[in-house]
Write a protein that binds this ligand. Structure first.
Ligand SMILES: *Cc1c(COP(=O)(O)O)cnc(C)c1O
Length: 385
């Protein structure tokens, strides 16, 4: 199917649409580790399921099409996808990293890859001068999230890609918060897109999954090699679940955004809230840039609780939203970044960036928005000192 097709149709019929052999409208789950060969050295299409599996292949073709790339790769988790992509680099190379990114991405570079001599430098990628200045000889890639986790900072993906191309280095975008339904980084000049498909793409908080997409054939060949060599691949059943989740993405995301906008506006006028971070609020810092590069603001919100309110009591008083890691599911989830998702970032960086103790992250689900606001309002009342 062509990418000019409306994304809402592509989500359902993109990639490999059903099963030609039987007419099944869904891609079957090929729960097999290996494949009988026609004769010595002659394959019927697949060899071994770490290297390739038809169900995973259907998912990989689908995500490539959705992101307008040439090749997609499915992994056992978002971090497995990020790990594999980072092994494109070697000892002595340096990665520029958005100053607020998913805590696990920071931890991976800070604690794991640093042991192998792959260096990184934190930069405010929403500040293009800072990015340009930071690109030294040894910098080989710029890794960004937009909106970034957890402060929803917006980075101009196209402008960063232009800087990267000029220097001959890669732009890697973690597109987890937006999904291709709202934002397609490859169209904006990025080289590699990464997803924690655990979140909006899966959408039901019932699997862990990661994806990577590129539109560069040489890069694709290298990632395919690394995916097989390292082996952090997605399983057939989880690939099926993810394809199933992706089919309803447009309906879910439209509703997530409707709920998020309603909640952000409520928070924005409430005395318990000092500041709301949501790219859908016209007075938010990255509003115009986000509007230029994405079809919507996404649905992730974070906010600062006023000091007249008790943080622990606030979390304890929520009855609908659940206190949990993760985001992007049908149920509303709330988390405390400084002790949960971003605990692995050093306190110094957390404070410098603004991931403070009173920062709350909220992922609106698909419940009635009036119930979600009532839930928040009740928790504010309970937690007033
Ligand atoms: C959750 C998350 C990850 C990590 O993905 P897993 O599937 O949990 O391994 C990476 N990036 C972002 C933005 C995330 O939210």
């Amino acid at each position: 199917m062509k990418t000019e097709t409306d994304m809402r149709t592509l989500l359902i019929h993109g990639g490999i649409d059903g099963d030609d052999l039987t007419g099944a409208v869904n891609v079957p789950i090929y729960q097999t580790s290996t494949y009988q060969q026609a004769s010595l050295g002659v394959l019927k299409g697949y060899e071994y399921s770490r290297t390739g599996n038809p169900t995973r292949h259907a998912l990989e073709v689908l995500i490539a099409e959705l992101e307008n790339g040439t090749d997609g790769f499915a992994f056992a988790s978002g971090l497995a996808a990020i790990t594999t992509v980072l092994t494109l680099f070697k000892s002595g190379d340096k990665i520029l990293l958005s100053d607020n990114v998913y805590g696990g991405t920071f931890r991976l570079l800070n604690i794991v890859f640093s042991r192998y001599g792959l260096n990184f430098q934190i930069v405010d990628t929403s500040n293009l001068d800072e990015v340009e200045q930071a690109v030294s000889e040894d910098v080989k890639a710029i890794f960004i999230e937009s909106p970034a986790n957890p402060l929803m900072t917006i980075t101009d993906i196209q402008a960063v890609s232009v800087i990267a191309k000029k220097k001959g280095i890669l732009t890697i975008v973690d597109n987890t918060f937006m999904t291709p339904y709202l934002q397609r980084p490859l169209d904006l000049g990025a080289d590699i897109v990464i997803h924690s498909a655990t979140k909006y793409l899966g959408g039901h908080s019932d699997l862990i999954a990661g994806l990577a997409v590129t539109n560069d054939k040489e890069l694709a060949e290298r990632i395919a090699f690394l995916q097989n060599a390292i082996g952090g691949i997605q399983q057939p059943f989880d690939s099926f679940l993810l394809i199933r989740g992706i089919k309803t993405l447009s309906v879910r995301m439209d509703r997530h955004i409707e709920n998020a906008q309603y909640i952000a506006e409520f928070l924005n006028q409430h005395p318990a809230v000092d500041k709301v971070c949501y790219p859908g609020l016209p007075d938010s810092a990255g509003y115009e840039i986000n509007k230029k590069q994405a079809k919507g603001p996404g649905a992730m919100i974070s906010f600062l609780l006023n000091q007249d309110y008790d943080l622990e009591k606030f979390y304890a008083s929520l009855k609908v939203a659940k206190l949990a890691e993760s985001l992007g599911g049908v149920e509303s989830l709330v988390c405390h970044p400084s002790t949960m998702t971003h605990a692995s970032i050093t306190e110094e960086i957390r404070n410098k960036v603004g991931i403070t103790h009173n920062l709350i992250r909220y992922s609106p689900g698909l419940e009635a928005k009036e119930d979600l606001v009532k839930d928040l309002d009740g928790a504010f009342k309970e937690s007033r000192r």
